[in-house]
Design a binder for this molecule. Structure first.
Ligand code: ZN
Length: 174
């Protein structure tokens, strides 16, 4: 008997199976093995993880062009700042674009009730701010300001844009 790496109680990982099959096709036509490590366009993007926002397509980026840092909301919390510091100090990026979007899931809930729900489901206190927001543009401006003002982030251009999930258009806010 061999030991399976997957949990014994779960259903088969159908998305992984599909992803590995898709990768076979990708690898068969892969021609980007000689790209340098530093991003070619010296750009770092911080964006929401929303499934409707394909950052590469929206911004016209190709493999090797930019660092794309994503999380729920496109927020400049501690870990994205870590990534930006590495992007700038070690890999030479010289501009930051923050991308948030209409219809963001972070506009749809409140921190306290969701944390209470998770606590009741898990029996563990939830000491994790989820950082929902109620004003998209104000939130985006705050992320841009936080990046601009951060002592370890370089003094480079930092912009904030809203992606409209209905039209595909970007609107500059900051
Ligand atoms: Zn979002």
């Amino acid at each position: 008997m061999t030991t399976s790496p997957s949990p014994t109680t779960s259903a088969p990982p159908t998305q992984l199976t599909r992803a590995l099959a898709e990768n076979d096709r990708y690898a068969a036509q892969f021609d980007r093995s000689s790209l340098p490590l530093p991003p070619g366009r010296k750009l770092a993007v911080l964006a929401c993880m929303d499934a409707r926002l394909t950052v590469e397509d929206v911004l016209g980026l190709r493999t090797g062009d930019a660092h794309i840092i994503r999380n729920a909301g496109g927020l400049a919390t501690e870990d994205p700042i870590r990534s930006l510091v590495i992007s700038q100090r070690l890999l030479g990026t010289e501009e930051v674009i923050v991308v948030e979007h209409t219809g963001c899931g972070m506009l749809t809930f409140e921190d306290g009730p969701v944390r209470d729900q998770i606590a009741s489901e898990t029996g563990k206190a939830v000491d994790l701010p989820l950082h929902p927001f109620i004003d998209l543009e104000a939130n985006l401006r705050a992320q841009v300001e936080r990046i601009r003002a951060h002592p370890w982030v370089k003094n480079v251009p930092v912009s904030g844009v809203v992606f409209d999930v209905g039209t595909g258009r970007l609107r500059q806010i900051a």
